[in-house]
Design a protein around this ligand. Sequence first.
Ligand code: SAH
Length: 376
Amino acid sequence: MDTTQEANAAAGARTELIGLTRQELGAALAAIGMPAFRARQLWHWLYFHGATSFDAMTTLSKDARARLAERFSITRPAISRELTSTDGTRKWLVRFGDGKEAECVHIPEEDRGALCVSAQVGCTLTCAFCHTGTQRLVRNLTAGEIVGQVMVARDSYGEWPGRPQERRLTNIVMMGMGEPLYNYDNVANALRIAMDEEGIAISKRKITLSTAGVVPLIERVGQELGVGLAVSLHAVTDELRDKLVPINRKHPIAELMAACRAYPGARNSRRITFEYVMLKGVNDSPADARALVKLIHDIPAKVNLIPFNPWPGTAFECSDDATIDKFAQILMDAHYAAPVRTPRGRDIMAACGQLKSDSERERRVRAPMAPQPQAV
Ligand code: SAH
């Protein structure tokens, strides 16, 4: 039992179960004299069946359920708002216990669907082209609040336990608000819970974590979690990347590339994704594309080209289609996959770099936002 739990117990407060790792759950139950098999049963109810109350746990005796309810709670983030796009993309604005909010987005495809999960409320990175980066960091999310986003999405689709082959939520991308590697421990525990085979069971092959380049933690992502790595590269020279992605001043491109080269598990069947936002006249020339090929030449990689998603007040513009096509062609000629991220959910403001911001603006003007013309 950690100090928080002890303090809670002393104060008579109930300990939140969602977000505890298996070990922590076992310890919390042991502390009230419950055997290890109860922890396994409980885990199954929480993460396989998605139970939201102890009453639902019918394989437990009434007495055990009552004891658990006295000491523990099972909390989901509340849904402030749920929006579904005409293309099926669904966005939830979720509210946590202290009233802070974050967004997560489900992007369905024919035979699968990825949930884009937030790691922080706000962000400290201040990437020049990202709207979320203009909002100040409010706080890190807890492990329970991170895995809670996955649980809310499963609730919404009624996929507990559901037939795995029929699920709409099959993949997780840590690409929502915030920098996941500035909240590593909570993100890692949330992903461990999501990957656990006796629960949510989304395998590491179906999870991708995106970082702006927190180099010292990249190796641990591969070693401890084994999930796929995406890197927000966006520029091929330090001079430009210093401006676009300011964390580059701390961890420049050469250092970042070395970490990618050494990423545990990177190979052709498990390539590193380099994200590259297409900014008109800034980073989108054929020379940039050729330099990018050189930069990643010894890394099993693919490049995800993201048309810039504009927001009010930004000086950046999105490259035009012909420029993006040309850029992609240079990468493909060098045998790199270079998909252009298709616009999804533009009618509900579910775009890269815009999460949360619309809800803040919307509240201020108290009227629905018009759809953005170029939302990604
Ligand atoms: N902090 C993480 C997750 C960020 S969001 C990271 O930096 O990787 C996912 C991707 O969207 C990142 O590559 C980010 O750089 C990109 N992005 C941010 N704002 C954008 C915008 N306005 N248009 C297009 N892509 C954007």
